[in-house]
Design a protein around this ligand. Structure first.
Ligand code: IPM
Ligand code: MG
Length: 420
């Protein structure tokens, strides 16, 4: 592999970064994360874009329902992602069963060939794990992000001729059948596996686990396993051990012995599931960042949803978004700033001072029966973290920063960029 795909193509003195607040509480979490970033004086020029359910509604209003131009992603957003060095994206809302609706994030993964879904699961100070003995967890999961059942090659009803394609289909003749193709390519398997090993090599990690079901799903997972074992041989010389195992066993062992895992590589669906498990072991979705990374673009988003019931109420935990921003800073090579964010968040969580933690932290990790009353807002928690980074980030300076990021995340229809 030429160059390090987990790093921005070209290091610069100043970066142009696209930010997208997504939907609902996404705007709140983005505002919180941007406030923390303000305390760091970063060499970043922000460019706003929008996508998600809000744009689906806007386009339907503009073009009329059923018009082919209706989408969750406006053309302006695609342009902005293309013309910036990285993208920071907040949570979006998806609704099942809406005709013509296509998930914005799935579109971006395909369009920009963001084949790595990077999902770390790391024990946070002051949060710990729900497991006995509080084991130290530090896992980095590489989920393949463009193939598998997500290739969107699906049939319903199944065309007649397809019943004759394979003898295994004989028993389904005469039945109503839906089929989703599980497509793996050699290229797709190889590049995600290599990315995982390259990461292990660059960071001094000693094992890479490949989670598959080659014992049952012989062709797709068989291919994944075969390539994994071949590539693993190349990395033996660096003291890295490749271990392949059944994905169901991984799901079990992650609960029993999570400290035995370091780097995990998995296909799209297994990675989707295992990454949620990993995040639940390390604080849940309120703390789970992720990165969608390809050769030409990178889009960082929290793993959480947009919590529509709390939209624009500043109740949600900003941590997942803040840790997502931290991942993006690492991608841009701004490692000092990334370290400061991690340290500051840890300190706020450990100190657990009144007025600094959102409701979910009080309820789920502090056992506070008055969690509702005692909860800090998204912005209060973000401000506490920002002040750990820079104790002088207070008074008029803090107020000005709050006002700035509030404007950056304005969410009324007229503020949304795209479909203009
Ligand atoms: C994720 C989510 C998405 C996925 C959904 C929202 C399309 O679950 O990022 O893990 O399935 O990949
Ligand atoms: Mg998921």
């Amino acid at each position: 592999m030429s160059g390090n795909v987990l790093k921005v193509k070209e290091q610069k003195d100043r970066y142009k970064v696209c930010y997208m607040s997504g939907d609902d509480s996404g705007f709140d979490m983005m505002e919180g994360a941007l406030l923390v970033l303000e305390s760091l004086n970063l060499p970043i020029d922000w460019v706003r874009a929008d996508l998600g359910w809000c744009m689906w509604e806007k386009s339907n209003k503009k073009f009329g329902e059923g018009d082919a131009r209706c989408n969750t992603v406006p053309p302006e957003t695609i342009e902005t992602i293309r013309n910036t060095d990285a993208t920071l994206m907040a949570a979006i809302t998806s609704k099942a069963g809406v005709k013509g609706f296509k998930s914005a994030i799935l579109q971006m993964r395909q369009l920009f060939d963001l084949y790595i879904n990077l999902r770390p699961a790391k024990t946070l100070p002051g949060i710990g794990t729900p497991l006995k003995g509080d084991p130290n967890i530090d896992i980095v999961l590489f989920r393949e992000n463009t193939e598998d059942l997500y290739a969107a090659v699906e049939f319903f009803p199944l065309p007649e001729e397809m019943f004759n394609l394979h003898k295994g289909m004989e028993r389904f003749k005469g039945e109503e059948v839906a089929v989703s193709w599980r497509v793996f390519s050699k290229k797709g398997c190889e590049r995600i596996i290599r990315a995982a090993f390259e990461y292990a090599k660059a960071t001094g990690r000693k094992t890479v686990h490949c989670c598959n079901k080659a014992n049952v799903i012989r062709e797709t997972d068989g291919m994944m396993k075969r390539i994994f074992l071949e590539v693993a041989k190349e990395y033996e010389q660096y003291g890295i051990k490749g271990i392949e195992e059944n994905a169901d066993a991984t799901a079990m062992w992650l609960i029993k012995n999570p400290q035995d895992y370091s780097v995990i590589v998995a296909s799209n669906v297994f990675g989707d599931i295992l990454s949620d498990e990993g995040s639940q072991l390390t604080g849940g979705l309120g703390f789970a960042p992720s990165g969608n990374i390809g050769k030409d673009a990178a889009l960082f988003e929290p793993s959480s949803g947009s919590v529509p019931k709390y939209a624009h109420q500043y109740k949600v935990n900003p941590s997942a978004m803040i840790l997502t921003a931290k991942m993006m800073l690492e991608y841009l090579g701004l490692d000092d700033a990334a370290k400061k964010i991690e340290k500051a968040l840890g300190e706020v969580l450990v100190e657990s001072k009144p007025g600094t933690l959102t409701y979910d932290v009080l309820r789920d990790f502090r056992g506070d029966p008055n969690w509702e009353k005692n909860a800090a807002s998204t912005i209060e928690m973000a401000a506490a973290i920002a002040q750990k980074i820079d104790p002088a980030f207070s008074g008029a300076k803090l107020d000005a920063a709050k006002e700035k990021v509030h404007k950056m995340c304005a969410w009324s229809e007229g503020d949304l960029v795209g479909f203009n």
